[in-house]
Design a protein around this ligand. Structure first.
Ligand SMILES: [Zn+2]
Length: 94
């Protein structure tokens, strides 16, 4: 059955779920897709300290959105340590 849905539901961010009602009808429910967690830009590890929910990312203060260090919310701590070490090594010419 083809149904013209409200414009707000005509987006790929919203998932169609077919549910069987007690009366035997099949109805379409619209659900938001789950957001994927933020990942490290270098190794792809899941970043902790960064909210997964998009609304939390918008609503929270800036200091609650990612760790308060350089490349916080971009690189994982292990990659950051490696990057810093490589930068220091480059400066010293070792
Ligand atoms: Zn990493």
């Amino acid at each position: 059955m083809l149904v013209m849905v409200r414009p707000m539901y005509r987006t790929r961010f919203i998932r169609k779920v077919f549910r069987r009602t007690p009366g035997g009808r099949t109805v379409i429910h619209f659900e938001r897709r789950k957001k994927s967690p933020m990942r490290c830009g270098r190794c792809g590890a899941i970043l902790s300290g960064v909210p997964v929910d998009e609304r939390d990312r918008k609503r929270l203060p800036r200091t609650s959105k990612r760790p308060q260090r350089m490349f916080g919310g971009v690189l994982c701590p292990r990659c950051l340590a490696e990057v810093i070490k490589s930068m220091v090594r480059g400066k010293l010419g070792v």
